[in-house]
Design a protein around this ligand. Structure first.
Ligand code: 9D3
Length: 276
């Protein structure tokens, strides 16, 4: 896969690209990532990339010309070919107004030959970029960032680790078995957050078994694998109910799971009545 990043802060990407899985994927030749400085596609003395909004209002808007010119220089397939899927390429505008970037989108992008990530800045990007240049507009979540750079780094990492060969053999086998499981069970949006069955992952512990008075749950030291499996499933249920109750709607729950959830809710209600 080749990825191009269009930004006014090219230096931002030194960190993310020089570490971890992204660096490894580049070294292994699985990914080639190029960062383009939008100021190099300006022609005035001040290398202007932004301007005041038509119609008035706060802040500045990223000008279209440097973005169009930079994209032109990349030699992509025509936009219609990309949108129709005949060219395995996608030009993506990262903006707070975009569709949500999910694990499903990450998998779609990982299947392409080429992605281009356009990082917005200031109050926004001239809308002609979304309308005529980009193929899709993505946001990484409902919080305010100052620009698309952090989001681009997130997209790069999530996509890179899905490229065949990017993870070690063991990790990629685990990932594949998980994806297959999720597909078989038709779990919508089963992803990083979800372990098997569309729940959050169960808690993990490692040595020491006792750490300044905090103990690892006894059952994990017992060697009883059936009991460990049941304990993990229960704790996954409990954690999902506490932190992501929204996931329970799409999860695969047995009658026993539903009983367990009811019991947990009752326990919490009782605890709320007598808080000590
Ligand atoms: C509501 C007025 N503005 C908030 C002060 C809107 C706004 C403009 C520009 C909000 C964010 C931004 C800059 N953000 C991005 O470019 C961005 C982003 C984000 O803010 N959240 C999640 N994903 C992304 S991807 C790009």
């Amino acid at each position: 896969m080749r990825a191009d990043i269009l930004t006014i802060f090219p230096g931002f990407f030194r960190g993310p690209l020089e570490h971890g899985i992204t660096r490894r994927a580049c070294e292994m030749g699985l990914a080639t990532i190029e960062v383009h400085d939008l100021r190099e596609f300006t022609h005035d003395k001040h290398r202007t990339v932004d301007d005041r909004p038509f119609g008035g209002g706060e802040g500045m808007v990223l000008k279209p010309e440097p973005l169009f010119e930079c994209l032109e220089s990349l030699g992509l397939a025509p936009r219609e070919e990309r949108i129709a899927g005949r060219a395995k390429q996608s030009v993506i505008l990262l903006s707070a107004q975009g569709q949500r970037f999910t694990q499903k989108v990450a998998a779609e992008l990982a299947a392409l030959d080429r992605i281009v990530l356009i990082c917005g800045r200031y109050e926004g990007v001239d809308e002609r970029v979304a309308d005529f240049l980009a193929d899709r507009e993505l946001s990484i979540g409902d919080y305010v960032l100052s620009g698309g750079e952090m989001a681009a780094a997130v997209v790069i990492e999530a996509v890179t680790r899905l490229l065949p060969g990017a993870l070690g053999n063991e990790a990629s086998a685990r990932q594949e078995s998980f994806t297959a499981q999720a597909e078989k069970k038709k779990i919508e949006g089963a992803d990083s957050t979800c372990g098997s069955g569309g729940l959050l992952d169960y808690p993990h512990y490692t040595r020491p078994a006792e750490f300044v008075g905090m103990n690892v749950p006894e059952v994990l030291l017992s060697g009883n694998h059936e009991e460990i499996r049941r304990w993990r499933h229960q704790r996954a249920l409990e954690k999902t109910l506490r932190n992501r109750p929204d996931l329970l709607d799409g999860a695969q729950l047995s009658d026993e799971d539903n009983k367990l959830l009811a019991a947990i809710r009752e326990r919490w209600a009782a605890q709320a009545e007598s808080p000590d």
